[in-house]
Design a protein around this ligand. Structure first.
Ligand code: NDP
Ligand code: AKG
Ligand code: MG
Length: 427
């Protein structure tokens, strides 16, 4: 099927075979600029990516950027041209491009609170089945932080990205759907229906969490720990209260570690360890209840390394951990399906609308998301240059407002200037 409104640029497709990506020298990479501060951030970031690739490969490799639309820019363009407004927010062309070219990157997209459209960010993850939301959290020397030892925080979050209460199965209070759901409960499960304190005015949410969904997420986390030489994978859940969803996540996670990696219980369990002679020998699989985890990331961060968790917990944990190492101005991520090869890299933060078009915010999260993307593609030299550039810019205290307000003697620069400082520091 041809594109309806888009024309792809010259370049080649990234493909996957037996789980290994094949990356041409001029890959077409679709991107969404994003809403709010997205355009400012994207402009600064793209310049950094191109500079890093040019410097690393001297013209032998080059990204062929393919702008695809979603969010407000798309809606404004297509709202009068389509009968289904959902397709104005997220056109089929955009989905086709991410599907066809496998790996892409995006800026943040707005989601209204309460009513209005459901999250386009979540829709992209669900439609492309990007089951891992990978969010590394590390401290860059010199970044101001509210904790005493930010250097002790070095974690990688594997957030399940397709299930949980986050999937958006909800019934609004007072609607026929909510009434039907309440009636179904009363009829089939009268004891449970009694637990709904105010049935006449209750809205409902459904929280699907499956064995398959848990297994593929936990498998990805353990594989990462093996590949990167990490010593533990921690399952973070609220399984004491939500026994068959969050508790299921914990139990299925441990079972997978035993079944596929031969992990054996330590001191009667449930913690377990992959024994000598097996792939991943020495890795400990442990678990912690989510509320305790949120205080321990402040009090004992060094005890955690790879973290596997459910969708909503992962959302909260991402921002909390990002704050420990300097805030969401510098918190990258990637949404990945390791089987099909589909991936969309994106920052942890949102559109920060009050700063839109001021050329003010920190582009660091999208720049580091691009760094993750380049590393994911095997373009390690370009990725390393971005890290060198970020370290150099921060080291010289040339930073955006979010860092500058917490640093002594910093030179506050604009979003675009921070990108330029990163490029300069690549030399
Ligand atoms: N994946 C995505 O596309 C995401 C989209 N969203 C959406 O974004 C919208 C706004 O959400 P909101 O809750 O305000 O969260 P945001 O992450 O957009 O912003 C919250 C605050 O975080 C700080 N911040 C955010 N981005 C940056 C940056 N690049 N540099 C420096 N500081 C930054 C600012 O703090 P300060 O005020 O202290 O300067 C900002 O006010 C919502 O519609 C939400 O749904 C949210 C998260 C992810
Ligand atoms: O989709 C959104 O608007 C918010 C998503 C979010 O906060 C996240 O994925 O971290
Ligand atoms: Mg979030």
């Amino acid at each position: 099927m041809a594109y309806e409104h888009l024309t792809p640029p010259a370049g080649d497709k990234i493909t996957i075979k037996d789980g290994i990506l094949n990356v041409p020298d001029q890959p077409v990479i679709p991107f969404i600029e994003g809403d709010g501060t997205g355009p400012d951030i994207w402009k600064a970031s793209q310049k950094v990516f191109d500079a890093a690739v040019e410097k690393a490969y001297g013209g032998k490799r080059k990204i062929s950027w393919f702008e695809v639309l979603a969010g407000e820019k798309s809606y404004d363009l297509f709202k009068d041209k389509v009968s289904d407004l959902g397709k104005a927010w997220l056109p089929d062309d955009t989905l086709k491009a991410f599907d066809e070219y496998l790996v892409g990157i995006k800026g943040p997209l707005t989601t209204p609170v309460g009513g209005g459209i459901r999250s386009l960010n979540v829709a992209l993850r669900q439609i492309l089945d990007l089951y891992v939301c990978l969010r590394p959290v590390r401290w860059f020397e010199g970044v101001p932080s509210p904790v005493k030892r930010p250097d002790l925080t070095d974690m990688v979050i594997f957030r399940e990205n397709t299930e949980d209460i986050y999937a958006g199965i909800e019934f609004k209070a007072g609607t026929d759907e909510a009434k039907a759901f309440g009636a179904f409960l009363s009829e089939k499960y009268p004891a449970l229906a009694k637990k709904v304190r105010f049935p006449e005015t209750a809205g409902y949410g459904v929280k699907p969490v499956s064995e398959e969904g848990t297994e593929r997420l936990v498998r990805a986390a353990i594989e990462y720990a093996i590949a990167e030489g990490k010593d533990s994978v921690t399952l973070v859940h609220k399984g004491n209260i939500m026994k068959f969803t969050e508790g299921g996540f914990r139990d299925w996670g441990y079972e997978l570690a035993k079944k596929e990696y031969g992990a054996v219980e330590l001191d009667g369990g449930p913690w377990c360890k992959i024994p000598e002679g097996k792939r991943g020998a020495g890795i400990i699989i442990k678990d912690v209840i989510a509320d305790a985890f949120l205080q321990q990331i402040l009090t004992r961060p060094a005890e955690y390394s790879v973290v596997a968790t459910l969708n909503l917990n992962g959302d909260y944990i991402s921002d909390a951990l990002a704050a420990c190492v300097g805030g969401i101005g510098i918190a990258p991520g990637g949404n990945i399906n390791y089987v099909t090869g589909h991936a969309i890299f994106e920052a942890t933060h949102g559109t920060a609308p009050k700063y839109a078009n001021l050329d003010k915010v920190n582009p660091g999260s999208v720049i580091l998301s691009g760094e993750m993307m380049l590393r994911h593609l095997g373009w390690t030299e370009a990725a390393d240059l971005i890290i060198k550039g970020v370290n150099g810019a921060i080291g010289s205290k040339t930073v955006t407002y979010d860092f500058a307000r917490l640093m002594d003697d910093a030179k506050e620069v604009k979003c675009s200037e921070f990108g330029d400082a990163i490029i300069k520091a690549m030399d």
